[in-house]
Design a protein around this ligand. Structure first.
Ligand code: PMP
Length: 400
C-alpha cells in the first residue's frame, strides 16, 4: 500500500551531517549543524550536568512516574525566572503561564497550536531569512506564514527600515516571530535602541510578539543580557509568548528540554490560557519527559551549581567568540578579497558568511568543508587547528 510513497529530500540542515558522515576524507570539517564542539572537536557534556545527573541517580526516592501534562512544576517556575528575571513583576502577579515542552521546537509548536485555536489573527510574520524549521512548524500548526525583511546582504547587517516597514503593514493582531538573541542563521541582532523601536511599533499596531529563545547565555555569555529583548516586552505590561530551549546553553540537545511561556494581561487570563494549553499538549505527547527537566531544575535552584553553569556557559560563548577572531585574522593573513568584519560583528553560534551556493558547493567538493547552502557556518564546530583549512577553502572559493 505504500508503493506510491516517493523519497523525501534530506533536511537542509541535518542533511549536511549525513553527507559529511559519508565523506572518507581525513580533513573533512562539519560546520553544518548548530551543536557545540570542544577545541578537540568533541561534543561536550557540562560538568555541572554530570553532577546533577549523579544526584538524580543517587536519589533513590526519585521515581519514573508520569509528570503532569504541563511538566515539572519546579522546572517551569525556574525557567520563567531565567527568561523574565528573578524579580519579574509579571511572574509575581502570576500573569505568566509556563509549561514544559519538547525543547525549543516543541515549545514553538505548542505555542503555535494554541494560537491557531484561540488567537483571532492567525497570520505569523517570520524574519527573512530564519531558522529553516520555523515556516514548517507554524504552517503545520495551522497558522498562515508571511515574512518580514530582516537581513541586508549589502551590509551583512540588519535591514532595519525594511523590518519596520513590513511590520507596520501587518494586520492588527498578527503574530511576529522574533529571535530573542543570536538570530539564526544571520548572527545579526537589533541593538537595544532598535529593539525599543520595534517594541513601540508592535505595541502601537497591536501585534503579538512570539520570542524564540534558543541561545540565552550563548550569545554574549550573560544570561541576563541575552534576555533583554524579551524582558522589554514584558516590562511594558503587554502580552507575548516565549519558547525556551536548553539544548545549547546547557548542552542538553538530545534530552529535549524546553519551556513555553505565555505572558498574559492578568493572572485570571493566564490560568484560563494554561487550561487550554493543556488541551493542546494532551493529545500531542500527553506529558513531557522527566530526566532532562530534573537536571535543569537541580542546576537552577542550587546557587553553587547555577554559578558553575554560568562559568561553563561563558567558556563556550568565549570559545566561539575567539573562533570569530581567529577566522577573521586567518582571512586577513591570506589577503582574501572582501570585507570580513561581519565575522566579528555577528553574534552567537553562526556566521552568515555571504558565500553563495556555488562557492559553498566548491568548498565541499574541493576542501571537504560541510555547511548549509546559504553560506551559514557554525563557529562552534571550528577549532584553532581547523581554522587554517577553512580559511584556505574560503580564500580559494572567492578567488576562483
Ligand atoms: N530556534 C532556533 C532559532 C534554533 O536555532 C533552534 C535550534 N537549532 C531551535 C529553535 C530549536 O532547537 P531545539 O528544538 O533543539 O531546542
Amino acid at each position: 500500500v505504500f508503493d506510491h510513497v516517493v523519497q523525501a529530500p534530506e533536511d537542509p540542515i541535518l542533511g549536511v551531517t549525513v553527507a559529511y558522515n559519508k565523506d572518507p576524507s581525513p580533513v573533512k570539517l562539519n560546520l553544518g549543524v548548530g551543536a557545540y564542539r570542544t577545541e578537540e572537536g568533541k561534543p561536550l557534556v557540562l560538568n555541572v550536568v554530570r553532577r546533577a545527573e549523579q544526584l538524580l541517580v543517587n536519589d533513590r526516592s526519585r521515581v519514573k512516574e508520569y509528570l503532569p501534562i504541563v511538566g515539572l512544576a519546579e522546572f517551569n517556575k525556574l525557567s520563567a525566572k531565567l527568561m523574565f528575571g528573578a524579580d519579574s513583576p509579571a511572574i509575581q502577579v502570576k500573569r505568566v503561564t509556563t509549561v514544559q515542552c519538547l525543547s525549543g521546537t516543541g515549545s514553538l509548536r505548542v505555542g503555535a497550536e494554541f494560537l491557531a485555536r484561540h488567537h483571532h489573527q492567525r497570520t505569523i510574520y517570520i524574519p527573512q531569512p530564519t531558522w529553516g524549521n520555523h515556516g514548517k512548524i507554524f504552517t503545520l500548526a495551522g497558522l498562515s506564514v508571511k515574512t518580514y525583511r530582516y537581513y541586508d546582504p549589502a551590509t551583512r547587517g540588519l535591514n532595519f527600515q525594511g523590518l519596520l516597514e513590513d511590520l507596520s503593514l501587518a494586520p492588527s493582531g498578527a503574530i511576529v516571530l522574533l529571535h530573542a538573541c543570536a538570530h539564526n542563521p544571520t548572527g545579526v541582532d537589533p541593538t537595544l535602541q532598535q529593539w525599543e523601536q520595534i517594541r513601540q511599533l508592535i505595541r502601537l499596531k497591536g501585534l503579538l510578539p512570539f520570542f524564540d529563545s534558543a541561545y540565552q547565555g550563548f550569545a554574549s555569555g550573560s544570561l541576563d543580557a541575552d534576555a533583554q529583548s524579551v524582558r522589554m516586552f514584558v516590562a511594558d505590561g503587554g502580552e507575548c509568548l516565549a519558547a525556551q530551549s536548553y539544548a545549547k546553553n546547557m548542552g542538553l540537545y538530545g534530552e529535549r528540554v524546553g519551556a513555553l511561556s505565555i505572558v498574559c494581561k492578568t493572572a485570571d487570563v493566564a490560568s484560563r490560557v494554561e487550561s487550554q494549553v493543556k488541551l493542546v499538549i494532551r493529545p500531542m505527547f500527553s506529558n513531557p519527559p522527566i530526566h532532562g527537566a530534573s537536571i535543569v531544575a537541580i542546576i537552577l535552584k542550587n546557587r553553587d551549581m547555577y554559578n558553575e553553569w554560568t562559568v561553563e556557559l561563558k567558556a563556550m560563548a568565549d570559545r566561539i567568540i575567539s573562533m570569530r577572531q581567529q577566522l577573521f585574522d586567518a582571512l586577513r593573513a591570506r589577503g582574501t578579497p572582501g570585507d570580513w568584519n561581519h565575522i566579528l560583528k555577528q553574534i552567537g553560534m553562526f556566521t552568515f558568511t555571504g558565500l553563495n551556493t556555488a562557492q559553498v558547493a566548491f568548498m565541499t567538493k574541493e576542501y571537504h568543508v560541510y555547511m548549509t547552502s546559504d553560506g551559514r557556518i557554525s563557529m562552534a564546530g571550528l577549532s584553532s587547528k581547523t581554522v587554517p583549512h577553512l580559511a584556505d577553502a574560503i580564500h580559494a572559493a572567492v578567488t576562483r
